[in-house]
Design a protein around this ligand. Structure first.
Ligand SMILES: [Zn+2]
Length: 354
């Protein structure tokens, strides 16, 4: 998603931050803090397109035109002065070649695509950015997300961030810059891309034909691209609101067809909301009525810890199906009342009020 021939921004809420960033930007290396589900990659790419657009003066603060030759090259992922560095898996999915002139080696096809940004790719980008640009504007590296740089790759990048070659620009994104090396953060000008206002995000989702947009937007904590992705996965408002009780019964079938990280993420949100309601606070991701009442916080905290442990590991030794079953089993235990609580329901406030 880039600025197309009609000149429209890929996401309407990027307009203001784009103009502001173009006006305020001083450093040659930027670090944009923002969520992928709110369009942080689209924002970084639009910035790159603005720097490379040839219909405006280089110093002008303006969004890219969308129809000059440079814009068209960016749209077709063929601009010789733009390098987009993503984890291999995302790079293949979104169709950003690593370099314009070097074909992909066949080796990658046989191996499972990496979810990390590989050191070889970073070295290739560092080497690429020192060469003269082809079209006279700038050479731009977009790196998303910087959390997926390992220590070695981050170290390799430090010198380039500190002293970028003339005409070079780098944009790094991170949902959580605190997870990056301090030396990496300190070499970049930091920009914050906030989540869009709810009304704007809702209107956009509805324009994309998403049903139950309000529930899905809340489910993602206000990130419209994530909500759209859920809707395309077949997760509508009814599916989402049925999850808590299904999980409470130990049923993992609601997650059928979901990528494992998404299932783990949904369980983390459920656990978060159950902890909120147990403490008397409002839930954030699920409608209150969809949540079973859990009063015992101890097992919930234990379940939360085990979910974080699983979420931290990129590769799991178990099969995804088995792991999910184990997590749902644990959820069921955390959500069930202890045995001595299982007798006839005790009078609740609702009963007393009626
Ligand atoms: Zn242009």
């Amino acid at each position: 998603m880039l600025v197309g021939p009609d000149g429209e921004l890929p996401l309407p809420w990027l307009a203001e931050p784009l103009v502001e960033t173009l006006a305020r930007q001083r450093a040659h290396a930027l670090l944009v803090k923002g969520a992928p589900g709110s369009g942080v990659l689209e924002f970084a790419l639009t910035l790159a397109q603005a720097w490379l657009c040839e219909s405006v003066q280089p110093s002008t603060v303006r969004r890219p035109c969308g129809h000059c030759e440079a814009c068209r090259l960016v749209q077709s992922h063929m601009h010789p002065d733009l390098l987009v560095l993503l984890p291999e898996e995302a790079r293949r999915e979104l169709g950003w070649p690593l370099t314009i002139d070097k074909p992909e080696s066949g080796e990658g096809e046989r191996k499972k695509a990496s979810r990390q940004i590989r050191i070889d790719d970073v070295r290739c980008a560092i080497d690429w950015i020192t060469k003269t640009n082809s079209r006279g504007r700038a050479k731009v590296v977009v790196l998303h997300p910087a959390e997926l740089l390992n220590l070695q790759s981050a170290n390799a990048l430090l010198k380039t961030l500190e002293e970028p070659p003339a005409g070079a620009r780098l944009v790094l994104t991170a949902a959580d810059p605190a997870r990056l090396m301090p030396t990496l953060r300190s070499r970049c000008q930091q920009i914050v891309l906030a989540d869009p206002p709810a009304a704007q995000a809702l209107a956009w989702l509805q324009a994309q034909g998403v049903q139950g947009a309000e529930v899905l937007l809340a489910a993602t904590g206000g990130q419209p691209l994530r909500a759209l992705e859920m809707s395309r996965m077949g997760v509508d408002a009814a599916v989402w609101t049925s999850l808590p009780r299904a999980v409470g019964r130990g049923q993992a079938s609601g997650f059928q067809g979901w990528p494992l990280p998404r299932s783990i993420d949904a369980l983390q949100r459920l656990c978060h909301d159950l902890l909120c309601t147990a403490a008397g606070a409002a839930p954030r991701y699920f409608p209150a009525a969809s949540l079973p009442r859990v009063t015992d916080i101890g097992p919930l905290l234990q379940w939360q810890r085990s979910l974080s442990r699983v979420a931290r590991h990129e590769e799991h030794p178990w099969s995804e199906g088995l792991l999910l079953e184990a997590l749902v089993h644990e959820a069921r235990a955390a959500m069930s009342p202890p045995p001595d609580d299982r007798g006839p329901a005790r009078p609740a406030f609702a009963t007393l009020a009626s």
